[in-house]
Design a protein around this ligand. Sequence first.
Ligand code: B12
Ligand code: SF4
Ligand code: SF4
Length: 312
Amino acid sequence: MNHTKYKQMIQSKAAELGFFYCGFSKAEFLEDEAPRLETWLNQNYQGKMSYMGNYFDKRLDPRLLVEGANTVISLILNYFPSVTQKDKEAPKISKYAYGEDYHFVIKDKLNELLRFIQDEIGEVNGRAFVDSAPVMDKVWAKKSGLGWIGKNSNLIHPKEGSFFFIAELITDLKIEPDGPMKDYCGTCTRCIDACPTEAIVHPYVVDGSKCISYLTIELKDEIIPKEFTGKMDNWMFGCDICQDVCPWNRFSKATQEQRFKPLNSLLDLTISDWENLEDETFQKLFKNSAVKRTKFSGLKRNISFLTKNTKY
Ligand code: B12
Ligand code: SF4
Ligand code: SF4
């Protein structure tokens, strides 16, 4: 069987599993990204996400992660919800976290895709990744032709916008790479202008330590630094602003993935429900959710930071 045939088989199985798109790139050293990642780390844009400084070499070369790697198969999965939180005053949760934790949902699909490849093509060595290892997901997806990296630093697909997750299979299969896509940001600066904490320090560069997503999810300190007082725009878990304002997201379509279906009970909660949230309800509500990453104490910290800022 020729390699074009492999490509078609894998793409059609990926579509059957619900992925938006599937593209291929050559597993190689990321020459352009190496100095950029180094500068980003030297600027301390990772803040307290110390894991971003680990495995520098592996992060830049998938062949150090998977023996004999030849091809990175990149996949994107839509999470855009059809509904949002009902109480417009309630503290906000990022759209990606309305349903079941994407790590579980996507891992299941990736493993099924890998099994399919092994059944249909033969002995293929491969590993599945979704935001779970030192792999630069956006860069591979860009190289695989699934979109361009916008000034807000997210990957954007011209037809689908950016409300999707990125995952990959790194394999020893040899498949013709798909080319990268042109950048369609043009002269637009909406995301930079709209970011309330000025975290997009230059076009395409996000200072992670200033991003609301970092402050509300990744930062484990007992308090959120005072300098962000009044700048959180009511976000208690993640932040969607630089994607909400992006013109390429105007036509986002709701996901068909049942496991991303928003929990009704979550969308129904009012501002006072959130302020009075108890550990037991938190554990029940977020049993299989990515929100568990903040833990109960983290979410409480975030809510009280917002409440203090708006009420006093
Ligand atoms: C660390 C991390 C964060 C950190 C830091 C953000 C960041 N931009 O790095 C924080 C916690 C802030 C964060 C927030 C979010 N994240 Co995040 N995050 C990651 C993670 C784990 C690593 C990203 C990384 O490698 N950063 C390191 C820096 C160096 O890379 P970079 O930001 O891409 O920087 C590039 C540019 O700056 C560029 N560059 C530098 N200089 C120049 C100059 C020019 C001229 C050009 C063209 C480029 C350029 O080079 C750098 C390297 O490629 C990935 C998962 C993964 N394993 O890849 C998810 C990931 C990027 N996150 C994701 C998501 C969904 C989010 C949020 C939207 C979540 C939310 N709603 O709250 C926000 C968006 C914030 C934003 N605008 O970036 C998705 C993005 C999906 C997509 N469509 O792109 C990913 C891919 C997870 C996934 N597997 O789906 N995230
Ligand atoms: S996610 Fe929010 S805080 Fe982070 S860069 Fe985008 S707009 Fe700024
Ligand atoms: S808002 Fe404008 S500049 Fe920012 S990512 Fe979207 S198109 Fe690019």
